[in-house]
Design a protein around this ligand. Sequence first.
Ligand code: COA
Length: 537
Amino acid sequence: MSALTSTLDPHDPEYRRRRESMLAKLAELDAEHAKALAGGGDKYVERHRRRGKLLARERIELLVDPDAPFLELSPLAAWGSDFPVGASVVTGIGVVEGVECMIVANDPTVRGGSSNPWTVKKSFRASDIALENRLPVINLVESGGADLPTQKEIFIPGGRMFRDLTRLSAAGIPTIALVFGNSTAGGAYIPGMCDHVVMVKERAKVFLGGPPLVKMATGEESDDEELGGAEMHARTSGLADYMAVDEADALRLGRQIVARLNHRRLGPAPGPVTEPRYDAEELAGIVPEDLKVPFDPREVIARIVDGSQFDEFKPLYGTSLVTGWARLHGYPIGILANAQGVLFSAEAQKAAQFIQLANQADTPLLFLHNTTGYMVGKEYEQGGIIKHGALMINAVANSRVPHISIMMGASYGAGNYGMCGRAYDPRFLFTWPSAKSAVMGPQQLAGVLSIVARAAAEARAAAEARGQAYDEDADRAMREMVEAQIEAESLPFFLSGRLYDDGVIDPRDTRTVLGLCLSVIHNAPVRGADGFGVFRM
Ligand code: COA
């Protein structure tokens, strides 16, 4: 095994500049995370407390094992939308009775915990993670159901929430509902579809229609308790398997249920763990402010893998993509990391071979993104850059070992696809605050639009036989506007808000986050692909 040697100098002014820029971005990130933690704001939080209820995150804290980590997912969901940051639901992976579980907790302080289009997307993502990684799901339910003004966006697709629960169950993955409050109308199918149901006495309300709706429909007079109280469901309908006397008791019952699941991890166990030789703190000073300046991803790898040991594959070939083998928290991984930004034919071929090797060896893959995409130009087109890029994309798309992607810097164009961007279903995808992702860089995109507009204006002028000059002022204004728009849409908060990642993380936490993800992944078997699509040669 070979250990990496870092050349990073923490006293170098350039390192300090990079670090300051990263710390400023992290301060902005903290401010955005604080919005998610604030839920519906003081007024609704205080009202909730006055009712003697726990907040969503307090429920989670009491549910998970003491001192066990909770990997929160998509905390910035709905960022930049009309809905509050966090999307009125908390999702994440926590350890309950030693079992890694997917926890989905409604935040009743945000519009009654109702589900808006982003809540639905965030919940679907949680279901996908649970299914792929075979994680038991625990729903902490208290929700006003569909966000009624945006029902058109959620009613039809939202049915998937219930479908997913029963499919998890059919796949042998346990599903649990702890009902703390409202779970009415469509929401009643959350406990309805779960394998195990706990309801809190005098708090849970689970019915298809409340008293006013029943009165309208049939004229019958009824109250909440008769229609959907915990007592009724525990004694009469049988929908509740357990009745809890209060919230803490419901969480205790939830833990008791998990303890009896006889959950087994199906992936290989990790080997011994050694810490990297270099300080994770220095990960804050690696990415340049200007993403056009390349950086050596080995400096990142040296700070995240066990013992900083990295056996590089084809180190002399296709050097703008670094590939190699390592272990992380005792789990074997193959790493693909962009070095100089651009992917050429050699890098694409090297990647495809490396991905096949990982599939032969059942080794999960980590993609560290900092790419401006595949090389363009006459020489490269004639050299077959399309078919080589396709080769890499084929390998990534048909690879069956688990993938994890970390967006460190740029992730532009088809490079995003080749490096296993969101559309290629990595098991997890986290972003550093320094990352940017778009079809191309903002300047390039605005420049392309300008060239196209200029050519069209010239063609029109020629057709009309007039020598009209191109409006340069309008062109400049257009470029500036487009550049600003694309820049804003390339940034991590915006992309995280749209659920294009599983969260924006502090680079210094990367090893911990990856260790948690690898542990989660090994709840399911880890097996490589038997075959790929037709490779273009
Ligand atoms: N869609 C959109 N907004 C909703 C909502 C929903 N389903 N449920 C609640 N809200 C809003 C309320 O209008 C209120 O907004 P405001 O404070 O700006 O006036 C805020 O969320 C809090 O609601 P409130 O009723 O004061 O909270 P509560 O804790 O006392 O009651 C519910 C919560 C969920 C029991 C109650 O709001 C309710 O019954 N909502 C409708 C439930 C329903 O029928 N949903 C359809 C299911 S498909």
